[in-house]
Design a protein around this ligand. Structure first.
Ligand code: OTD
Ligand code: ZN
Ligand code: ZN
Length: 346
């Protein structure tokens, strides 16, 4: 018996599309299964003003494959110089759907991020007034904090104080990787959501380090121990609307990952949706898949659920390309390490 599942066209609430040749190569991978995505602003230089976002959006539209049913939702990179009025205008025009907070130095291209959170308080206050979400890369960057503890420490030292200082600010904790973050999100009264990536639902830190170092599993925040992964699966498959898919698909060419100091990032745009079907099926929660990939994020961002649909079909184990080619070089597609039986058939 074939099993199939028709769900509203999914959205990706956290995506890196890059620019230039890489954008051209990865955009069709996302546009194939997703209807919308929140586009991360960590280009070099970053997307900081409304004008930057409009120009970047135009480059994305110019790279769009013929006939694609995909809308990029732009974000601004918060700096200590961000002008609250510029943010408000970009939001009112429907150009910008979130502002992104990177603690300085937290991840790839985050050197212009925020060091002094008091300096950006007027931006937070304006965003709270207009209901514009703040997307947060939730890791402290202090060298004395262990890399596996950086998310949990961020909650206490940075996130909770921001939310107490500006209680009406709507916040998305991006790519949560710990049970601490899951607990923090579920204990919040309102105005807090979280994205979870495909890869953090699949790998733990052993996958990166046991039997040799596996650079294609290295990303930030780094995958944690198995008990944390299980907490993420539980949150994602629970039906709780505060959790939604944000793949954080972050392409780097292979030479930039397979070297003495490899870049962080897993590239999952190609197979994220089939992987999610497999993860939800294994958890006995296929009935919760559409909430996580197609409904909860739209509700948080106050957008309609997609009117179009995709159909997933279960069959023999499928294979994905090991790599995609970009004009800059090959990009390895995330390998879940288990057979995947679901394909998008319509
Ligand atoms: N994590 N790589 C990148 C970004 C993310 O923290 C993130 O959002 C990237 O390459 O842009 C990564 O591992
Ligand atoms: Zn991040
Ligand atoms: Zn990211």
């Amino acid at each position: 018996m074939t099993q199939s599942l028709t769900i509203p066209r999914p959205d990706d609430w956290h995506l890196h599309l890059r620019d230039g040749a890489m954008l051209k190569a990865v955009l069709p991978e996302t546009a194939r299964h997703f209807g919308r995505a929140i586009i991360m602003p960590n280009l070099v230089p970053p997307v900081v003003t409304a004008a930057d976002a409009a120009a970047y959006k135009a480059r994305i539209m110019a790279a769009m494959p013929e006939g694609a049913d995909f809308t990029p939702l732009m974000t601004l990179y918060l700096t200590e110089e961000t002008d609250p009025a510029d943010v408000a205008v970009a939001a009112s025009e429907g150009l910008v759907h979130a502002v992104k907070l990177y603690p300085a130095g937290a991840t790839t291209n985050s050197a212009s991020g925020v060091r002094d959170f008091d300096k950006v308080r007027p931006v937070f206050e304006r965003m709270a007034e207009i209901g514009l979400p703040l997307c947060v890369h939730g890791e402290v960057t202090d060298s004395e904090v262990d890399i596996f503890d950086r998310e949990a420490v961020f909650i206490d030292r940075v996130l909770d104080p921001i939310r107490r200082a500006v209680p009406e600010l709507r916040v998305v904790m991006e790519h949560v990787t710990t049970s601490n973050a899951v607990d923090y999100v579920t204990s919040a009264e309102a105005g807090l959501g979280a994205t979870i990536t495909a890869h953090h639902l699949i790998i733990n830190r052993n996958h990166i380090l046991v039997g040799g170092i596996r650079p294609h599993y290295y990303c930030l925040p780094v995958a944690k121990r198995e008990s944390h992964r299980l907490a993420l699966v539980q949150a994602a498959t629970s039906g709780d609307p505060r959790f939604f898919l944000g793949t954080d698909s972050a392409p780097h060419v292979d030479p930039a990952k397979e070297c003495g100091c490899g870049c962080a990032g897993c590239f999952t745009a190609t197979n994220a949706i089939p992987l999610m079907a497999e993860v939800f099926e294994r958890a006995g929660a296929l009935d919760k898949l559409d909430g996580f990939v197609s409904r909860h994020g739209a509700a948080f961002y106050r957008l309609p659920v997609s009117a179009s649909t995709i159909t997933l079909t279960r069959g023999d184990a499928t294979t994905f390309p090991a790599k995609i080619e970009s004009g800059d070089g090959p990009v390895t597609v995330f390998d879940p390490g288990f057979p995947v039986h679901w394909t998008v058939t319509g």
